[in-house]
Write a protein that binds this ligand. Sequence first.
Ligand SMILES: NC(=O)c1ccc[n+]([C@@H]2O[C@H](COP(=O)([O-])OP(=O)(O)OC[C@H]3O[C@@H](n4cnc5c(N)ncnc54)[C@H](OP(=O)(O)O)[C@@H]3O)[C@@H](O)[C@H]2O)c1
Length: 310
Amino acid sequence: MSAPVRFGVLGTGYWARTCHGTALQEHPDVELVGFHGRDLAKARAAADEYGGSGFDDLDAFLDAVDAVTIALPPDVQAPLAAAAARRGRHLLLEKPLSFDLAAADDVVAATRETGVASITYLTYLFQPDITDWLARMRELADEHGPWEGGVFRWAGSIDTPGNPYGDSPWRRASLGSWDTGPHALSIVHELFGPVSRVAAGRGVRDAVTVSLEHANGAGTQLSLTLTAPPGTGGSSATVWGPGGRHELPRFHGTPQEGLRRAVDRLRAAAETGVADPLDVTAARAVVAVLAAVEEHLARPDHATAVRAQP
Ligand SMILES: NC(=O)c1ccc[n+]([C@@H]2O[C@H](COP(=O)([O-])OP(=O)(O)OC[C@H]3O[C@@H](n4cnc5c(N)ncnc54)[C@H](OP(=O)(O)O)[C@@H]3O)[C@@H](O)[C@H]2O)c1
């Protein structure tokens, strides 16, 4: 197969334009065909700013592209991704793939039916500061033994005036784990491997704390929210094991640079037929953990009450 050249963006929101639009516009090897949205005026406005045409007809949009990049709410992304894959279009997916494991499984099935390539844009994993650090952590684990534990805090502050996600309905309606969890889990999965069991508790507003048991015996913890009080957001991670205790570094690149790398990896996977390690199955693995967290929180007996003094 040849590498896809004609790319189109599904979505016309903030991230679709500022990250996907900018990255595709600047990519030297691809053509930005345009944007698809349910509101044609918004799709045309995005195309006027970044390139290509505006579409509200999905069939016409899919006819015009070799690959789609998707920047839509999770419940909208998954069925459109499955439809695009069944039309033979390669997929660049956002996080989280879906809110629902069955919907994520259907996207996996669609890619298998048609053999299209896919890549999941887990931002941190496309930044050299982070991938170099992960490579060093892997070397240390090879030398000294596997990582044993980690604490991951991911906190957004969407109530800060001017935050571009402050009016996002799906972020307001869901637990903070759905937006920030994929970032934390992207690092967790790289260093600790698959998660076998979870337990979770609620904090204020959308906050969730999660304990993860990994298939290899390690245990990690996540603290996730999108509504940290202004000035208190940010991400941090500490991991430890026989190779020492280490802090996740900051990255200095831009999300647009990262997305261009994701486009390159999608094109390589399509051309070679070799699945990328961050294909749709990586997106599905993240949804599986986050869905298990929701399931745990929904259990009436999910927490053991601490007895108050009589
Ligand atoms: N990797 C990262 O660091 C990062 C950062 C930011 C965002 N993201 C991801 O990017 C994606 C987009 O995020 P966002 O905040 O820009 O936007 P969003 O709020 O998730 O989505 C906005 C877009 O979705 C469309 N939309 C909403 N409901 C729809 C529906 N029922 N049917 C069809 N279209 C619908 C909106 O169209 P209308 O304008 O017509 O409502 C708009 O084009 C999300 O998956 C998010 O997690 C990732």
